[in-house]
Design a protein around this ligand. Structure first.
Ligand SMILES: N[C@@H](CCC(=O)N[C@@H](CS)C(=O)NCC(=O)O)C(=O)O
Length: 229
């Protein structure tokens, strides 16, 4: 049985990717959830050579990066990427673009599943990231027919953009055209709903992550369970 190390579901966007991919693909695994606290640097190094989550353990094999985990799973399970070669190449490009890019969106609109923020203004760099994602989502749906990015099934490219759906929800960003329908489809996927419910039930607060919300705008709603005292 695989073991997937993750961090708090409210905050950990990188953890969400393999978690939702494995759930949506029907791959059995155990999860171990670690808190984002001041011991992260020490605790995460106990299982991950990079000191980061996600980290997948398969017997003696340690796979410590979301994209590497995806490819590891793709070697062992059908349906991780689209079966059509064109859709698969496009998906790998889009997933790699997310893995290595969109730094402004990731820094300025951090994932915080249970909170809603009203944002008064956004930098041109942030708007450029949002526009690029909007274009990518519309392109995937138009080329491969939806309802998911690479066609009829949820695949790894959807997992890579899953945290964006939560970010757009939190910061009130509405994608345009088919991308809007896609975002709702993603948020309503049973695996995403399971992640969201668990995120909302967390009573742990990571103060640096929550402080970042205030840099983005005004908090208008917080649907999380009350913070533990
Ligand atoms: N490139 C890595 C990024 C992983 C990453 O940055 N994870 C964050 C949590 S979402 C982390 O472990 N942060 C702890 C730290 O940097 O000390 C991946 O794709 O898995």
């Amino acid at each position: 049985m695989y073991l997937l190390h993750i961090a708090n579901k409210n905050y950990s966007s990188w953890s969400l990717r393999p978690w939702v991919l494995m759930k949506a693909s029907g791959i059995s695994f155990k999860e171990e959830l670690h808190r984002f606290d001041d011991k992260v640097a020490i605790e995460f190094r106990k299982f991950s050579p990079a000191g980061k989550v996600p980290c997948l353990i398969d017997g003696d094999t340690v796979v410590w990066d979301s994209l590497a985990i995806t490819e590891y799973l793709a070697e062992r399970h059908a349906g991780i990427w689209a079966s059509d070669p064109t859709a698969r190449a496009w998906s790998r490009c889009a997933a790699a673009e997310m893995h290595s890019g969109f730094g402004v969106l990731r820094n300025q609109h951090g994932m915080n599943v249970g909170v809603r923020v009203a944002v008064a203004s956004r930098s041109p760099e942030l708007l450029a990231d949002i526009d690029r994602i909007n274009a990518l989502w519309n392109e995937g749906i138009a080329r491969f027919g939806g309802p998911f990015l690479a066609g009829k099934d949820f695949t790894a490219v959807d997992a890579f953009y899953a945290p964006v759906a939560y970010r757009f929800q939190t910061y009130g960003i509405a994608p345009k055209g088919a991308a809007a329908t896609y975002m709702q489809h993603l948020l309503n996927h049973p695996s995403m709903r399971e992640w969201e419910a668990a995120a909302l039930a967390e009573d742990f607060r990571d103060l640096p992550h929550d402080a970042d919300l205030l840099l983005a705008g005004n908090v208008t709603a917080d649907f999380r369970a009350p913070a533990a005292s």
